[in-house]
Design a protein around this ligand. Structure first.
Ligand SMILES: [Fe+2]
Length: 271
C-alpha cells in the first residue's frame, strides 16, 4: 500500500512541515501538545486503509504475548516506591502486545511506521532536535490487544510520550481515561489517591474514533484503559520513537511485555 492510500495527507499535510499550510498545521499541533499534553488527529488514517490495518492486526493476534500483572501508579517496584499509601496501592493490568518482529515489513502498519515524514512531524510536535524510530526488535512498533477482561490500571508512563493509532474499539468498555498533567503538582498524591478511590473529578475520557493518531505525553498525565467486555478485541498499534538513535528497551521490559529478551528466545511463561 502506498502512504497516500493510508494517510489523509490532504487534510493532514505532515509531509510539508517546512512550508506554508504544513508548517501552520505542525505549529498548531505543537501548541496543542504543549498546552494539553496531547495531540489528537481524528481521521488521520483513511477508512479504506483502516480495513486493511484491521485485517492485518487480526492476523497477528495469535502472536500477542499477554501480561497479567499488578503495579502502582508510578510503575515502580515496591522496594523503590516512596513509602506512602498512594505509592503502595496496586492496579491491575491485563494486556496483550504483538511484538514488532511478528509484523511483516510489507504491511500497511509498517509502511506507516517507516514513513520518514511522520517521524519528522512527530519530532517537531514534541520539540525534539533529533528524532529516530525506536530500535527495539519487539517494542519499535507493536500492537496492543485487549481481549474480554482486558484492562490497563491507572499509571504514568515511563516514557515521556507515546504515539498510538486507534484502530478497533471493543463492544464495551476500553475507554481511555486521563487526568491531565498532574505530575509534579503539590497535591499530586492526593489527586491520585482520589482517582484510585473512584472519584471522577478531573477525569477526562478520550473518544475512541478508529483512524485517530494520538501523540500523548504519558509521563505527566495519569491514565488508564477501563475493562473491556465482549468478543471484539480493542486494537491499538503503538509507534515508538526516541531522541537517541539505536535506542532499545531493557531486558526486563522486554520480558515483561513480550516474554522474551531476544528475537530467537523461546517464549517464557507469563507471570
Ligand atoms: Fe500508559
Amino acid at each position: 500500500m502506498r502512504i497516500s492510500d493510508i494517510v489523509d495527507i490532504e487534510k493532514f499535510p505532515v509531509d510539508q512541515i517546512d512550508s506554508g499550510r504544513g508548517f501552520e498545521f505542525a505549529e498548531e499541533c505543537k501548541r496543542r501538545y504543549q498546552e494539553t499534553g496531547l495531540c489528537m488527529l481524528p481521521g488521520f488514517v483513511v477508512e479504506k486503509a483502516l480495513d486493511v490495518l484491521r485485517r492485518e492486526s487480526e492476523g497477528y493476534i495469535g502472536d500477542a504475548y499477554f501480561c497479567d500483572n499488578t503495579h502502582n501508579a508510578y510503575l515502580t517496584d515496591d522496594a523503590d516506591a516512596d513509602n506512602d499509601e498512594v505509592s503502595r496501592r496496586q492496579e491491575k493490568t491485563f494486556v496483550g502486545s504483538v511484538p514488532y518482529d511478528k509484523i511483516p515489513s510489507d504491511t500497511a502498519l509498517n509502511t506507516l511506521y517507516q514513513w520518514d515524514p511522520l517521524k519528522d512531524f512527530i519530532g517537531y510536535v514534541l520539540g525534539k532536535e533529533s528524532f529516530h524510530r525506536f530500535a527495539d526488535p519487539f517494542g519499535a512498533c507493536s500492537v496492543n490487544v485487549f481481549v474480554d477482561g482486558g484492562v490497563h490500571g491507572w499509571h504514568f508512563d515511563e516514557s515521556e510520550f507515546t504515539v498510538t493509532l486507534m484502530l478497533q474499539a471493543p463492544e464495551q468498555g476500553g475507554e481511555f481515561e486521563y487526568v491531565p498533567q498532574i505530575r509534579g503538582l503539590k497535591d499530586e498524591k492526593k489527586i491520585i489517591g482520589n482517582v484510585l478511590d473512584g472519584q471522577r473529578e478531573g477525569v477526562v475520557t478520550l473518544p475512541f474514533t478508529p483512524g485517530t493518531l494520538l501523540i500523548f505525553g504519558g509521563r505527566q498525565t495519569l491514565h488508564r484503559v477501563t475493562r473491556i467486555k465482549g468478543s471484539r478485541p480493542r486494537l491499538v498499534p503503538v509507534l515508538c520513537f526516541a531522541e537517541e538513535a539505536g535506542k532499545q528497551n531493557s531486558d526486563s521490559v522486554r520480558k515483561l511485555f513480550w516474554g522474551r529478551e531476544n528475537p530467537n528466545d523461546e517464549l517464557k511463561e507469563a507471570s
